[in-house]
Design a protein around this ligand. Structure first.
Ligand code: GLN
Length: 486
């Protein structure tokens, strides 16, 4: 059993069971992760901050509870990595930015409280694109992260460190945030499951905001059972987040019981929007999955979306407008890095602090966000984007009256190669064409590994369902599970 935990294939729930039965100690799992970190981290760059001492202290406490027959949850003792835009009490939380390089939060985010209460062990804070802006984990102030499956490529982003850590065996599961695809895309690039829950089902308290109306925290895991276990743990109602919905969430057991049950399910197959760019293997994976689902009794039908590129434009217009206003708080006074240069007054101090503290991509986005919100351009851009969003709401209402789930690719092409993503930001924005719709409309959506793209890189398919219809995602994910590397 101890051998098994070192090879990076044991799932979090299986590990939790073995720990619960006393076959493994919490420290066995933790030592396995830190051995991998020791071996690989220098090369990969999955973490910004490690929590080794804290993790072993926590492990001791959790082991006592388990030994006393009071295991707090089935995931007790499982080492989990957390994206560095999620606040952790006493552990620095940088958002991948110089702006917050020294920030130590005085409180835990709601999801971190949930993980700790369940006895999960926090092993560290993972690398990410600065302020979660990007799809390749290359805009991080702390350096980029490599894809452990093929180090010529990035792990996708912005939660690339979280996905790479799980794929490399440095953690058993991880938490990321998804504003336009940042849980699902890195999960896809690293052969993992990534869930973007319905907007409002997981509390955002303690998640440092990028675009508040679309940010949502979600799990990145090795199998769908782990994804279900973490989702049911995280998606509790939090009275301290006004956007956290009161709707009942499915339990872990409920999710397990529906997995693979697709008989009679109506599944739309979306080949748009970017067939032109999609790798041949990716489209073959989509056809194979369609066949598999219909063999299992699902009804499948191909659909197209009119003007799909509008979704990406609307997403970026709205996301950047919200980002510009969320990031206005970093002025070197109330929040964030303060310049050490001499300044003639407050304005100059703020300007210099922001110029030094933010990276190039974040600055570009703040400028674009302020531009689309400015009086002269508001109608042409921001209002227009809201109209496009309205149109999409109607279109998807119609779709979900006919279909339970929409199946598409997760990304139109391979993950960006290392250092290439920085060359052409706009082409990177287009890679969000499949994922950003769920954020624009608050839907739930899950990336599922399926087939392969190259000899080393996995394929991934995206399931999207209506708000609070996560059970349907897990039903279909269960049916697609296990078809990797073919
Ligand atoms: N790639 C998208 C962006 O840069 C999504 C990022 C995210 O989901 N945090 O905005």
């Amino acid at each position: 059993m101890v051998d098994l935990i070192g090879d990076g294939s044991l799932s979090a729930t299986r590990l939790g069971e073995a720990i619960g039965r006393g076959e493994l100690k919490v420290t066995d799992a933790l030592e396995a992760c830190f051995a991998k970190i020791e071996e690989k981290e220098k090369d990969l760059g999955c973490f910004i901050t490690l929590n080794k001492e804290g993790a072993f202290l926590q492990a001791e406490k959790v082991q006592h509870m388990i030994d006393a027959g009071r295991a707090p949850s089935p995931l007790a003792g499982v080492p989990v990595a957390v994206k560095d835009n999620i606040c952790t009490k006493g552990i620095r939380t940088t958002c991948g930015s110089k702006m917050l390089a020294d920030y130590i939060p005085p409180y835990d985010a709601f999801v971190v409280e949930q993980l700790k209460n369940a006895g999960c062990i926090l092993i560290g804070k993972t690398n990410m694109d600065e302020f979660a802006m990007g799809s390749a984990t290359e805009t991080s102030f702390f350096g980029s992260c490599k894809n452990p499956l093929d180090p010529e490529y990035t792990p996708g982003g912005s939660s690339g460190g979280s996905a790479a850590a799980v794929a490399a065996g440095e953690a058993f599961a991880a938490i990321g945030s998804d504003t336009g695809g940042s849980v699902r895309q890195p999960a896809a690039c690293c052969g993992l499951y990534g869930l973007k829950p319905t907007y409002g089902s997981v509390s955002r308290r303690g998640l440092i905001a990028y675009a508040s109306s679309m940010d949502q925290i979600g799990p990145i895991t090795r199998d769908p059972e782990d994804c279900a276990a973490l989702f049911s743990l995280l998606s509790m109602r939090d009275p301290e987040d006004a956007t956290c919905h009161g709707q009942m969430r499915p339990s872990y057991k409920q999710l397990l019981s529906v997995m693979g049950r697709v008989k009679g399910m109506r599944i739309a197959i979306l080949r748009d929007p970017s067939d032109g760019k999609a790798a041949k293997n990716a489209l073959e994976n989509l056809s194979k999955a369609r066949q598999l689902l219909s063999d299992l009794g699902a009804e499948t039908e191909e659909i197209k979306l009119p003007e799909p590129e509008n979704a990406v434009s609307a997403y970026y217009t709205i996301a950047l407008a919200q980002a510009a206003s969320n990031l206005a708080r970093y002025d070197g006074v109330a929040y964030g890095h303060r310049t050490k240069e001499p300044c003639s007054g407050l304005k100059e101090m703020i300007r210099k602090s922001r110029t030094e503290g933010f990276g190039e991509e974040v600055k570009r986005r703040i400028m674009l966000g302020n531009f689309v919100l400015s009086a002269e351009h508001y109608d042409a851009y921001y209002r227009k984007a809201l109209q496009v969003r309205e149109g999409l709401v109607k279109r998807y209402e119609q779709l979900f009256s006919r279909y339970d789930v929409i199946l598409s690719l997760t990304m139109p092409a391979l993950p960006p190669k290392l250092s290439e993503s920085l060359r052409d930001p706009v082409s990177l924005y287009r890679d969000d064409s499949y994922t950003c719709i769920a954020n624009l409309l608050g839907l739930c959506s899950m990336a599922v590994p399926f087939g392969s793209l190259t000899e080393k890189l996995p394929g991934s398919l995206l399931l999207t369902a209506n708000r609070f219809a996560e059970e349907k995602l897990f039903a279909a994910a269960g049916a697609l599970a296990g078809h990797t590397g073919e």
